[in-house]
Every structure is written in C-alpha cells, then in structure tokens.
Design a protein around this ligand. Structure first.
Ligand code: BDP
Length: 688
C-alpha cells in the first residue's frame, strides 16, 4: 500500500512553547513525503501516523516493512538478532526504488524503528547514511504511576493524575494517546496505572472497564497495562475471611479475578504488589512468605501469560535490624523459590530513593531470582518538581556499579538478565507525570522521564549522551546551544547531593512531605522514620556504622565490596557516612576533616546552583521566552532552597558539635529554631 502523502504546513498540537510537545518537537512544516507502509495493523498505523507528523521536508521516501516482507528477501538483512522489539533502519534499494527502510520482526519493532529514525533526524543527523539497529536489553520497561483513584498522585508534583477515572471509560482524553506516543518514542512498553498503596476498588468491574479503555488506547503503541493489587482484596471485595495465600478459596478468588480482567484486557500485563510494607497487607500477616504470596498470584495470571512484580521494599518497625538490611534478610532465603512469572522489584538503594545511596545489596545476591530495578523519576527527595536535577547520572551510577558477586557483573547486567540469563527482566520508574501542561512540572524534569526510558532500553547508554540527544530534540540541535545546556544538567544531581546530604548522609528531610531539611527530627513513632536514626550525629561524630562494629550491613555485599566498605579509607567519600560513624575531626584523603569536608560540600552545592543559574541566564536570547522564564524562575527557587538546606543543616550540626565554620564559609542566615519552626502542611504529593 503506497501512500503518497502531501503533508502541508502541519503545526503540532499545542504549538505554544509550553512544553506539551516534550522532546517530540517535530518540524512545523513538512513537505511532500512518501510513506510506504505495509498492510496495516494498529501498531503499524500508529507508526505511519507518527512518520506523517514528524518526517521533515526533503526526507525522501520511507518504507515501513516487516522483515518477512518478500520484497526485502534479496537484501538478506541481519534481522534474526533483532528479537521481537528490535529494529533496523537503513538506506536500501527495494523493488528498484531507493528508500529509507524501517524494518523489524514485529510491528512493535517497526514502531520503535520509526521513533529511532525520527530521533536520528531531530538530533541533526542526515538521512543519507542512516544506519540504525537496536533491540532492547530489558524486557519490561515500565512506568509506575503512584496515582490514586481520586486523582491525587502520591509523590507527584506535576498536577493531578492524567487518568480521569470518573469520566473513563467513555471519555478518552486525546492526551492519553500523546502519553502513549511519548512513551513509545523512548521504548517504554508497560504502565502500572495505580498507586502501589492500592485500593481494592481498582479491581472492581467498574474500574476494570476503565483500565480496559486505557489499554485499548495504549495497545497500538506497544504499551501493556498493569495494576497494583491490594493483597487483601479477597476480603474487601470477595467477602472472604482471609487473604492467606495458602487458602484455596483465596487462590480461587484471584484466579477468577484474573480471568475477569483478561476478558476485558486480553493482553493485561499483570500485577504489581506492595505487601507487608508501610502498613500494606501481605502474606506475612498469615505467617506465609513473600514467595507464597507472589506465587499464588502468579498462578492466577499464568494461564494468560501475565506476570507478577513483587516489591522487595519491605521493612518493619517490629524488626530491630538496621532498616537497610531488612529487605535482603527477608528475600535472600527465598532465592529460587519464586515462580517463573514472578519478578522481584528492588529499589535502587536499600533505604528509599535518596539523592545518593549505594546500590541495593540484593543485586548480585539472589541469582536464581529475576530482579527488576525500581528508580524514582519523580523527585520526592530531590526538590520535587522545582529543583533542576538531571537524574541520568544517578541511574547510570547504579546500573554501572559492580556487584562484586561475579566477574564483571554490574547492577545493569543483573537487571537486563544478561548476567543470569533469566527469561524475564525489567526496569521500573516511578513516574513524574501529571496533568500539568508540561507533563512533568518543568522542562528539565522531562529529561528524567526521557533518560529513564532510554536506559531501560539500553542500560549501557551514557547519561551524557542521553542528555545531549534530549537537549537536541527539546531545545534544538545547534551545537553551541547544546554545549551550553549540557553542563547545567551534568552536575545538577551532584549539587542536590551536596546541599542535602553530602558524604553519604541520607534521609535527612522534613517529615511527611519530605520537602526541605529536618535532620533534627527525632520524635516520630517508628525509629527508622526519624532522620536522627540515619545520621547518628552527636557531639563527637556523625554517620551510621554499618561495619562489623555496627549493624554489619556491609556483610550483605560481596566479600570484595564488604572489605572495602569496612574501611573508611577505602570507602568512596560519596558513601562514607553511609557506612561509617566517624569523629568530626577524622582526617580524610582530601586533607580536610569530616567537618571541614561536609561544610565544603554544602558550599559547593550552593555554588553549583548559582553557576547553573548564571549559565541559564546567558541563554535568554536563545530559548523561547516561555520555557526560558519558567526555568529561570525555578532556578531562583532552587538557589534559595539550596541555601536553606545548607544553612539549616549546618545550624543543626553546629548545635551538636559546637565547632566553628571553617574560614570563608558564611554563617547560616537564621538560627536553628527558625528552621525548625518552618512547616508546610500544604506541600503536594503527601500520601493520604
Ligand atoms: C516512599 C514514599 C511513599 C511510598 C513508598 C513506597 O515516601 O510514599 O509509598 O516509598 O515505595 O518513598 O512504597
């Protein structure tokens, strides 16, 4: 089917520079192009439509053809290794015509190839010598939406939920399609629609119909829908007396529920479960294990090809062990006990999405169990939507970390399944998406969504290269402009680490909303909810001793790493106080004492933000007014709040150690009482 399409001036929707178009800022004017699309499936139709939207003038004929198309036979293309989502894009002569060919073994491969071609062109590359080929290293590339059914997004800072549950399934906001397009453009192929702190009501027929409507919209973009499941739903919805996974009536209830879901959503992905964590029900309530719970649910979805993503984010106030050790202690003995359609979802670090944490010790430790990593794209602990913090380097740092368990094994290779050859692999990101016009609350937050998707496709990509291609697509491919923006992003995450928790300090934020500093907080019901539990600061020193003399959490790492982490001289400075309690006057490799180094880093964080502000200010003439102004305003907020974090933290540390500030370091603007008195009951994203 040859569709010769004359594409006239076609401004993309929402052509105001309000960020709606994300990184898909196709040329406003495209000229006549020829798109040769093979017999349509909904996925191929979506790919062809995208080409019509985005192919720039003069691109010449583009052919979308599956690898099995007889016209391609004589080209003998290396398509076998592309798997079922990979693509190949290159110039070719097909049936006597010179075309840009997009091919793959499935229509999803062609869809991803289409987006790769558009990315290639939008990043300033020429079509003449285009030669692209890639297939994803990770199978499940998933966004987790912590969206409540009433529209409030837990830890969401970009407005309300995109899903208008009330008006679904009838009203299908065109924005749902744009959401799917954006995700497909970066290879995301799954979405968990509702909060891990789940309500049973999301499994009722009414809500299943709503989820099915979204699944219908997302399907042509290769995206499957998943639901967070509340473990006690058989009691709440089914009227059973128990949710014990070993009870046959409970298993039967979940089987029937799964059958019902699959009748409405034949390609339903499966369940995500937060069990026995922060008050959520789970198998431990009945003395059963996490494996018992996960396997029972897995059996219910198995006949339909579904999976269960079972979270390892568990800790209990009844467990006196270091919180950082609890997930490992719970899951290590379960290695090899999970069904083959269960994947255990592990946060990148052992505590909770802090600006920096050492990688979670479960990576590399339970090789018989597929593990999917969970990152937080939304910036609960990194300044909400207001601070500019490019998370690519955080994701990359974790994925590149050597587990020490096997030669050359990295967290990324565990996640991709390459290390252990698991049939299932995955990466999940807690979404930073809401109904704000720019989706993520700021232009630069969009980069975190983008970087997550690109790294889920290929965990070996460099965060700097991803930043470059994102900037090129988002702000334009003029190299001078790109070179000016990248440094603003590159150091931004480290700046947040510096002004909130340098040298491996973590979990020092204010209560509940987690915005701003609260290192002094010590009065919360559960010990491990208090920042003082984590920093252990006093008159003499600071830091959490996780060596043999302390909690011995180091022993959960492979011996080589455990040895290094046991010695403050061999522990990276970035993780020093995570593993060690040291005297304030302990001298570091930098020649400074712990106290001097801490102050130096707080100051560095504040200075970096000032530098980011200066760099951005200089770009005013070269960026559209709307996006420039919003970023400039947010950077001013960030500069003020970086100072707030630094000042409040230093005022508190000085109240403990009674030490003077090193020469040249400015005193906090206010006294400690002033910082302690600040309160933000109205901060967004709080759990309800
Ligand atoms: C923490 C959040 C909380 C989440 C929890 C989780 O503060 O809102 O419910 O993680 O991941 O980071 O379950």
């Amino acid at each position: 089917m040859l569709v010769a399409t004359a594409i006239a001036a076609c401004a993309a929707p929402g052509s105001a520079e309000d960020g709606y178009r994300l990184w898909m800022r196709y040329p406003a004017v495209t000229a006549t192009s020829e798109i040769d699309a093979a017999p349509a499936t909904p996925v191929l139709a979506a790919a062809a439509a995208e080409l019509r939207r985005g192919l720039p003038a003069g691109a010449g004929p583009v052919m979308l053809a599956p690898a099995g198309d007889p016209r391609l036979a004589e080209l003998r293309l290396p398509t076998a290794q592309l798997g079922d989502e990979g693509y190949l894009v290159r110039r070719a002569t097909v049936a006597g015509r010179s075309v840009t060919l997009v091919t793959g073994n499935t229509d999803r491969g062609l869809l991803y190839g289409t987006f790769a071609l558009l990315r290639h062109l939008a990043t300033g590359a020429s079509i003449e010598r285009v030669s692209l080929s890639s297939s994803p290293a990770v199978k499940l590339r998933i966004l987790d939406h912590w969206d409540n059914l009433d529209g409030v997004v837990e830890r969401g800072y970009a407005g309300r939920s995109l899903w208008d549950w009330w008006s679904l399934p009838e009203l299908k906001d065109p924005r749902y399609t744009d959401y799917a397009r954006a995700n497909a453009s970066i290879g995301i192929n799954g979405t968990v629609l509702n909060n891990v702190n789940a309500k049973a009501i999301s499994l009722t027929p009414r809500y299943i119909a709503k989820a099915a409507a979204l699944a219908d919209i997302f399907r042509p973009y290769g995206i499957k829908v998943y639901l967070s499941a509340r473990f006690s739903a058989p009691i709440e919805l089914g009227g059973l007396k128990t949710a014990d996974p070993r009870d046959p009536a409970v298993a039967a209830w979940w089987r029937a529920k799964s059958d019902e879901i699959y009748r409405a959503i034949p390609d339903f992905g499966g369940f995500l479960v937060k069990a026995n964590s922060e008050g959520q029900p789970g198998p431990r309530d009945y003395g059963a294990s996490h494996a018992d719970g996960a396997n029972m649910l897995a059996a219910a979805v198995k006949p339909h090809g579904g999976i269960v993503m079972w979270r390892a984010f568990v800790y209990a106030d009844t467990d006196p062990q270091d919180r950082a050790k609890q997930a490992y202690a719970e899951f290590k003995p379960l290695d090899g006990k999970f069904a083959d359609n269960v994947i255990v979802q592990v946060k990148n670090g052992a505590i909770d999405f802090q600006p920096r944490e050492p990688f979670h010790p479960l990576f590399g430790a339970i090789p018989k169990t597929p593990l999917m990593i969970e990152f937080q794209i939304t910036k609960e602990y990194l300044g909400f939507a207001s601070h500019l913090a490019y998370l690519g380097p955080l994701f990359e740092e974790v994925l590149d970390a050597q587990t020490g368990a096997r030669r050359g094994e990295t967290v990324g290779s565990v996640v991709s399944g390459a290390a252990e050859h698991h049939g299932i692999s995955g990466m999940a990101g807690v979404a930073n998406i809401g109904d704000d016009r720019d989706w993520s609350g700021s232009s630069f937050n969009q980069a975190n969504w983008y970087a997550f998707g690109r790294l889920a496709w290929d965990p070996a990509l460099s965060s700097r290269d991803i930043a470059r291609e994102w900037v090129e697509q988002t702000f334009g491919s003029d190299p001078a402009l790109v070179d000016a923006i990248i440094p603003i992003m590159a150091g931004s995450r480290e700046a947040v680490v510096d002004y909130t928790g340098p040298l491996g300090l973590a979990h020092l934020m204010a209560t509940g909303h987690h915005y701003g500093p609260g290192p002094w907080v010590s009065d919360l019901a559960r010990p491990e909810w208090n920042p003082v539990y984590y920093h252990r600061g006093d008159h003499e020193g600071i830091g959490f001793d996780r060596t043999k003399t302390g909690s011995n959490a180091v022993a959960q790492y492979a011996p080589r790493l455990a040895r290094a982490y046991s010695d403050p001289a061999k522990t990276p400075l970035t993780e020093l106080l995570w593993f060690h309690h040291l005297r304030w006057d302990y001298r570091l490799s930098t020649g400074r004492t712990v106290w001097e180094e801490l102050v130096q880093r707080y100051d560095r964080g504040v200075a970096t933000v000032a530098d980011m502000q200066r760099r951005w200010a200089a770009l005013e003439p070269r960026i559209d007014a709307e996006r420039w102004q919003k970023t400039a305003t947010l950077l001013a907020v960030q500069a003020r709040e970086a100072r707030w974090w630094r000042d409040a933290s230093l005022a508190y540390w000085m109240s403990l150690n009674q030490l003077p500030l090193p020469p040249g370091s400015a005193p906090p603007e206010h006294d400690l009482a002033w910082y302690k008195a600040l309160s933000f009951p109205d901060a967004p994203g709080n759990p309800q």
